[in-house]
Each structure stands twice: as C-alpha cells, then as structure tokens.
Ligand binder design. Structure first.
Ligand code: AFP
Length: 322
C-alpha cells in the first residue's frame, strides 16, 4: 500500500495549495468521524432552519459547514469561501492566493437513513488585487479550477482529488488519520451499461431525455440493442464515485417539476468540481448543450443540468439533444 507522499501531490503544486488541500482534509476527517458516529453523537435529524436554497438544514449540514468554514478562514490560506449552506461568500485573508467553493455535506437527505454522503470542494485562484468581500471573484469558468475533489463518507472514507494532472483516489486510514493513495490514475471506462437518474421525474423531463432514457429501458429489443442497469444513490458524490470506479452515466437533467427551479445541481460546488474529476479521468461532463466547465457563472448558487460519465455513453445521450 503506497503512503501519501509527504507533499500530497507533486504536479508542481505550490506549498500554499498543498497546505490548503490538507486543511480541507483535516475538516473532512472530523466530518467523517461525526458521520460515522451517527445517532451516538446526536447529530442526526434536522434543524428548524432552512438554507439559502430553501432546503431544511440537517444538523450535520450545519456542523460540516461550520467545521470547513472555521478551519479554512483560520488557516489564512483562503481569500474567501462560498458554501451551499451560506447565503453569500465569506471573506478571509486578503493576501491569500486561493478561494474555495464547497458543498459541506452533499446528499444530506441520506444522513438519517445511514446512506452515502460526502463533501465536494472546488479550488480557484483569486483574481489579482481582488476584494475578498466581492462575490464576483467566484464567477470563474470550471476550466479555471486549480484543484477539485470530494470526500465520500461510506464504508470507507475515500478522497478523489485532481490538480489537473489526472484524478487520484485515496482511502482514509482511520488508525493513522492519513489518506493513503489507493489508485494512482482513475480511468472512466469509455462504454457502460449503467445509468443513474431519478426516474420519478420522467414526466417532467425534456423530450430529448425522455427519448434517451426510453431507449435505454427498451434494452436489447430496442434501438440500443443491449440491456442497461440503473442505480440512484440520491447523493451526487456517491453516484459519481461509482462512475469513477466502474463507469456509467449520471444525469440530473432539466425538468419542469418546479418552474422556478428548472435545474437541481449547483454549478460552482457540485457540477464544476465533479466535471473536472471526471474529465481528468477521461470522461465527459455536459449540460446536454454545452461542456459544463465552459459555462460562465452568473451567480454563486447558480444551478445547471448535468450529464456526466463514460465518454461514449455521454456522447450517445448528447446525440438525442442535437
Ligand atoms: P441533498 O444534499 O439535499 O440531499 O441533495 C443532494 C443532491 O443535490 C445531489 O447530491 C443528488 O444527486 C440529488 O440532489 C438528489 O436529488 P433527488 O433527491 O431529487 O433525487
């Protein structure tokens, strides 16, 4: 078993970037412990509050957000942070080089049923001489990300991380408290027989997605000529980890269920970091009409349609969207 190299990743990463990633992982180790404690640590269940997204906040949402926010702002390594659980951005060290956008606990509706949850993070450079209190410093295309990753709190706690030189997978050794490198370069198989979508929204999808999924469900008797399998974890971090591990297509497409909210997933701290991890592992990540990491963000909690995973299957899905 290879140990984590002392500077985490060579790849020409600066000392401050390595220290910033280590700071994020320090918070994630604590979150892993709390998630693992479950009912024993009294953090299950919901608060009486809603977040900026209008979603009921779970106790672990609030705890995870506070842990990441405190450790990052105290570290001095970030100029500002943006979080799914924060209405606006929070200013940090005006002299710091990096900004971090994160979803502190993705899939939090899974907490009370002991299912998969995770932390997703995206690291960007702060524009030169920028104001740490200016939320517009986060409005950068996904291609501007310096690093991206997630920590999956499952039977084992795993980290997927990219700094632009491929996607690596690490596993937390809970006896030592260190993430050990367990897969050097993750590779998404170009073909797959597995897709992930919340099928209960089928009547609300656009015709392109209805036709694509219908052809998958037709199996070997339909136009695809082969059978497909379906999975839905209801935590993007779990579905994306499966895609990174064995291929697949994950999608949360546009739907008309709530006219004010045609999309579900957030661009800055879900779609963009996952898109970087997937593309660095040879997969594709699209909205159906454009590459996710080409999108010019307009506001920090902006939502977007997501179709990502095995290259040939994403291309097949996109062919229905022409
Ligand atoms: P929560 O964090 O509110 O549980 O939402 C998780 C998520 O943003 C994403 O991780 C899942 O893929 C998706 O929502 C699940 O959405 P549905 O509950 O509509 O299936």
């Amino acid at each position: 078993m290879r140990r984590l190299p002392p500077v985490l990743l060579k790849d020409g990463c600066s000392h401050d970037l390595i220290s910033l990633i280590r700071t994020i992982l320090a918070a994630c180790k604590e979150i892993s412990f709390r998630v693992g404690q479950g009912a024993l640590s009294g953090v299950l269940g919901s608060t009486l509050d809603e977040n900026i997204q209008g979603e009921t906040q779970k106790k672990l949402d609030v705890l995870s957000n506070q842990l990441l926010k405190d450790i990052l702002l105290e570290s001095g390594y970030v100029k500002a942070i943006a979080s799914e659980e924060e209405p606006g951005t929070v200013a940090g060290n005006p002299d710091a080089e990096y900004i971090v956008a994160f979803d502190p606990l993705d899939g939090s509706s899974n907490i009370d049923i002991n299912s998969l949850v995770g932390t997703i993070f995206s690291i960007m450079r702060a524009p030169k001489d920028s104001d740490p209190a200016d939320p517009n410093i986060f409005l950068q295309k996904g291609d501007q990300q310096v690093a991206a990753g997630y920590v999956l709190y499952g039977p084992s706690t795993m980290l997927a991380l990219t700094t632009g030189q491929g996607t690596r997978i690490f596993t937390l050794d809970k006896t030592q408290g260190t993430f050990l490198l367990t897969q050097d370069f993750a590779k998404v198989p170009e073909q797959t027989k597995e897709f992930a979508i919340n099928t209960s929204n089928q009547r609300h999808w656009q015709p392109a997605m209805q036709n694509y999924i219908s052809d998958l469900l037709a199996g070997e008797t339909g136009p695809r000529g082969r059978n497909f399998n379906m999975r839905w974890i209801a935590a993007m971090v779990g579905d994306v980890h499966r895609v990174l591990s064995r291929g697949g297509l994950f999608t949360y497409p546009q739907d008309t269920k709530n006219p004010e909210k045609p999309y579900k997933l957030r661009l800055l701290y879900e779609a963009n970091p996952m898109a970087m991890l997937i593309e660095q592992a040879g997969g594709l990540a699209s909205t159906g009409y454009e590459r996710i990491m080409d999108i010019e963000p307009e506001q920090i909690h902006q939502r977007v349609a997501v179709i990502l995973g095995s290259k040939e299957e994403v291309e097949a899905c996109l062919s229905y969207h022409k």
